[in-house]
Design a protein around this ligand. Structure first.
Ligand code: GLC
Ligand code: CA
Length: 603
């Protein structure tokens, strides 16, 4: 399958901005973000250069996993607002020429969903097999064991939960309050499509980000996972429960509905390093998903036995470059499409992970990463706060008890269970892992105004004279230094730079969005050089991107004609068309710490 048609589409050159409802903007001062808060910031997003908003789950939910545990697809979590508020948000977004994507979370529901409440009642309940129930196994000594050794996605426990009442286990790949739906049953699939997709498509949403899209179909025999964490009872099993045998059949069914509405999709695709498998999801001809989020880049620096068991500096620049290249070259010679994202609600801040978040270097770092992403191929995603260069909360001003994500505290529980609840050294080491990689960092309430209360998270309510409450999660300790209001009027701010680079990306879409990407000098530990080459009618146009990932000034040699993919002979001129630092610099002039430049290759 190599059909190379790089067809232009609105959702390919459109910029997507991801919104985490609890933490974006609080309009009524109760300390929880809400839908009217989002609506109030649409002009801000339009001005930034956003074309599409993706709203993370705003459905009714007990919020064990921040709305990824849905108890009713057809209602809104009341503190966020109502279905009517959603209708207003959709209309107001459309009125500004932007579109709306919602999060589609249908691998599992909340245990408080009516379907599961029925299912757990008795073995002969009509909804029993809407979820995945299995009998226990027993050891030689008669000890009750779960059906297999799979470890859940959160913490170190089993994916199986014993139900006393009906004496069987049910499957939950995530928290025990998130039972997995039984996709084998047609009646279940039909009910899912109707309630989660059509209900909102009829209300005008333009597409979905599809949560854990490769987990619906499970291997029928539920085999044990190989032992990769020898000290542990349960083993990571992602490769076993992802990409199961009926996945593509299910996606065909979903597409029959989505295409009626012209809805777009971007699927979350964990545990799939194999490119040929990725292509089966995202080739245009296969009609499965329009885009996917591969995990190559955001997994860089993760621990091996547990993702959160990582430390700053635990990867090299060539490793990061190779990960970026894997996602970028997905479209080379294929009819597939790719995505550009360094952050989302499941990741710590990119400046802290991939560059330098010290006060001296964090702005330059944010600008360099902005420039890099603006030049990459595929649909660009920006996560709230990324546009102002928010960094991870520092260890000394954001103590462990401020971390509220279950993925974080279940990790700490796992460490306590393994090393003892009073093992301060191990717990502190685990805290280091959280400070570096926890999901909490991106979930800290947005800092709209450093002079407002709690970083201005509720600035809309404050402006209306409402007494505002402390946000649901402690505000960012650096909110007085990194916030929207302070950056808005400043042409040198990170925010102004993102705006500029998003405009640059649009202006040079042939090279940036739609061009082909090639890494030069893969082994260079300090610098990242890549080439972008126009495609189709733009064939022959080229740009060179040069990035200094270090905090030191760096010399660099101008690439040879051969490196630039040109025949030897003609004189080549490099003309600077974008940079993180002021002024034009000749190609080959030393790079300042964390400087990035883009040169048009003229020959
Ligand atoms: C996805 C979501 C994550 C959630 C999980 C379970 O990975 O992005 O936030 O915890 O699915 O729904
Ligand atoms: Ca609120």
């Amino acid at each position: 399958m190599t059909v190379d048609k790089r067809v232009k589409q609105w959702w390919k050159h459109g910029v997507v901005y991801q919104i985490y409802p609890a933490s974006f903007c609080d309009s009524n001062g109760d300390g929880i973000g809400d839908l009217p808060g989002i609506t109030s910031k649409l002009d801000y997003l339009k001005d930034l250069g956003v074309d599409i908003i993706w709203v993370c789950p705003m459905y009714d939910s007990p919020q064990v996993d921040m709305g990824y545990d849905i108890s009713n697809y057809e209602d809104v979590y009341r503190p966020y607002g109502t279905v009517e508020d959603m209708e207003t948000l959709i209309r107001e977004t459309h009125d500004r020429g932007m579109r709306v994507m919602l999060d589609l979370v249908i691998n599992h529901t909340s245990d408080q969903h009516e379907w599961f409440k029925e299912s757990r009642k008795s073995k002969d309940n009509p909804k029993r097999d809407w979820y995945i129930w299995k009998p226990a196994r027993y050891s030689a000594t008669g000890e009750r064991l779960p059906p297999n050794n799979w470890r859940g996605n959160f913490g170190g426990g089993s994916v199986w939960k014993w139900d006393e009442q009906t004496q069987e286990y049910y499957l939950h790949l995530f928290a025990e309050e998130q039972p997995d739906l039984n996709w084998e049953k047609e009646e279940v699939r039909k009910a899912i499509y109707e309630t989660s997709m059509e209900f909102w498509l009829k209300r005008g949403v333009d597409g979905f980000r599809v949560d854990t899209v490769n987990m619906y179909s499970k291997p029928p025999d539920y085999p044990d996972a190989p032992i990769i964490d020898p000290g542990a009872k349960y083993q990571p099993a992602g490769p076993l429960y992802c990409n199961g045998p009926r996945m593509h059949e299910f996606l065909d069914e979903m597409n029959a509905i989505l295409s009626k509405y012209g809805a777009i999709t971007v699927g979350e695709l964990p545990n799939t390093p194999d490119m040929s498998k990725v292509l089966r999801y995202v080739s245009a001809e296969a009609k499965q998903l329009d885009m996917v989020f591969q995990f190559d880049v955001v997994d860089v620096g993760h621990g091996i036995t547990h993702p959160l068991d990582g430390r700053p500096g635990n990867f090299t620049l060539p490793e990061l470059k190779a990960a970026v290249e894997r996602t970028q070259t997905l479209i080379r010679g294929t009819d597939a499409w790719t995505t550009v994202f360094f952050e989302n609600h499941d990741q710590a801040r990119s400046v802290s992970r991939f560059a330098d978040d010290s006060p001296r270097h964090r702005e330059a770092s944010a600008k360099m990463l902005a420039l890099m992403q603006a030049c990459m191929s595929g649909t660009q995603y920006v996560y709230q706060g990324q546009e102002i260069g928010l960094v991870n909360a520092p260890k000394d001003s954001y103590p462990l008890e401020n971390y509220l994500d279950l993925n974080s505290y279940l990790f700490i529980d796992m460490v306590k269970e393994r090393y003892g609840a009073d093992n301060a050294a191990e717990i502190d080491k685990a805290f280091d892992g959280l400070q570096y990689l926890a999901r909490d960092h991106s979930r800290i309430p947005m800092s709209w105004n450093g002079k407002g209360k709690y970083g201005g998270f509720s600035d809309v309510a404050e402006a209306a004279g409402v007494e505002v409450k402390e946000p649901w999660m402690k505000p960012h300790p650096l909110a007085s230094q990194i916030n929207v209001a302070a950056q808005q009027g400043d042409p040198n701010s990170v925010l102004s730079y993102w705006k500029k680079m998003l405009a640059f990306r649009r202006e040079h879409a042939e090279l940036t969005v739609y061009g082909d990407y090639t890494t030069l000098r893969m082994d260079d530990e300090d610098l990242h050089l890549f080439l972008k080459e126009g495609h189709g009618p733009a064939a022959g146009s080229k740009a060179l991107v040069v990035l200094n990932f270090t905090t030191k000034e760096k010399e660099w040699a101008v690439p040879s004609t051969e490196e630039l993919g040109l025949p030897a002979g003609p004189e080549v001129k490099l003309e600077q068309i974008a940079a993180t630092h002021d002024g034009k610099r000749e190609a080959g002039e030393a790079l300042a710490p964390l400087e990035g430049r883009v040169y048009l290759v003229k020959f």
